[in-house]
Design a protein around this ligand. Structure first.
Ligand code: PHE
Length: 357
């Protein structure tokens, strides 16, 4: 019995986990365990023998059971200790040493724009950067022969050999998201769509990939006056000035009628651009009343609904607001540039908390 005791106590002490403990329990004190079988033999013993062996077997069984329970508790403690050790976190540590990365100006400005338009009831819509020529052109009233297709220096994707369908394009503007949003949401709707767009162009103010934000509001009795108010509210909030005068110049886009290019008031003082003062003008976006054919392509009845739309260059307004001279540097991934023009990643722009502080 002493042998049994030391054998099982040693095994229990060495058990690595609960499963091991359970299998020791079964072989020792389980129904068909070694000690249980010994207890059955008590019946064959003489009364004198039984009086000695019975209590000793019971005591051994108790001892093994409590050793099992104790080992189980200490394994659980150790597991908890280990978990606490690895999940340990000092919430009082200052955040500064962790804040190494910065937000790219495009991300920052996208968040600023989103915060401002959200305040005016616009939600964010998204669409694919690789799109069909129907969404990018036809649905926007730019048929196949239209010169705008050539003007936009479109990147076409190659189709597989023998596939004669029209090629996909890298979207040349965010306007295809107008159609997708109308299809999905119906009227009335109010969305902005920020995102990357592509045109084959490269100089100080053009890169083959850049960013636009599209705006679209469809409702009953919408007019150019609504467009003007929304844009002026936006410019004042974005450039963080009291008010910004705008100038609407008649223009032409196939998907809007009438169309206007919009300039904002600005001045140049000692080579520094100041928005919202002076008598200079700077072109910032294209806009207009959504063409009836475009509403129709989006599944909206133009006799019932009107809309305004605009498209603005995110990189361009980022350059204006933060005085960044060369667009190409935006996409060079130069760490020195990113550290200089980057934004604190934990400061989320809001109208009340401040957009760019
Ligand atoms: N899609 C136009 C462009 O890329 C901008 C625009 C959008 C103009 C919506 C009018 C209305 O130049």
């Amino acid at each position: 019995m002493d042998d049994l005791k030391s054998k099982y106590l040693a095994e229990i002490a060495g058990a690595a986990d609960e499963a091991a403990l359970e299998s020791i329990r079964l072989t020792a004190v389980g129904k068909k365990g070694e000690i249980s079988l010994k207890m059955r033999e008590l019946g064959k013993m003489s009364p004198e023998e039984r009086q000695v062996a019975g209590p000793r077997l019971n005591a051994l069984k108790d001892e093994i059971n409590s050793a099992l329970a104790a080992r189980k508790a200490s394994l659980a403690d150790a597991a908890l200790e280990e978990r606490l050790r690895t999940e340990w976190l000092d919430v009082s540590l200052p955040t500064r040493p962790v804040r190494q990365g910065t937000l790219h100006p495009v991300s920052q400005v996208t968040e600023e724009v989103t915060a401002i338009f959200a305040e005016m009831g616009f939600s964010v819509a998204e669409g694919p950067r690789i799109d069909t020529d129907w969404y990018n052109f036809d649905a926007l009233n730019i048929p196949g022969h239209h010169p705008a297709r050539a003007e936009m220096d479109t990147f076409y994707m190659r189709r597989a050999e023998g596939d004669n369908r029209p090629p996909h394009v890298l979207r040349t503007h965010t306007s295809p998201v107008q159609i997708r949003s109308m299809e999905k949401l119906g009227a009335p709707l109010r969305i902005i769509c920020p995102g990357g767009v592509y045109r084959a162009d490269y100089d100080q103010t053009h890169t083959p990939m850049f960013h636009q934000v599209e705006g679209l509001a469809v409702d009953r009795d919408i007019s150019m006056a609504n467009l003007k108010w929304v844009l002026e509210e936006f410019f004042a909030a974005f450039f963080e000035v009291e008010g910004v005068k705008t100038r609407f110049r008649a223009s032409h886009f196939p998907f809007t009628e009438p169309s206007a290019e919009v300039d904002i008031q600005c001045s140049w003082v000692d080579g520094q651009l100041k928005v919202g003062e002076g008598d200079g003008w700077l072109e910032v976006l294209g806009s207009g009343m959504v063409h009836p054919k475009v509403l129709q392509a989006g599944g909206i009845d133009p006799d019932q609904w009107q809309g305004f739309a605009f498209g603005m260059g995110i990189d361009r307004i980022a350059m204006l607001k933060y005085g960044i001279p060369d667009l190409r540097a935006f996409f060079d991934s130069d760490l020195r540039w990113l550290r200089h023009y980057g934004f604190a990643s934990l400061d989320v722009p809001t109208l009340r908390g401040g957009l760019s502080r």
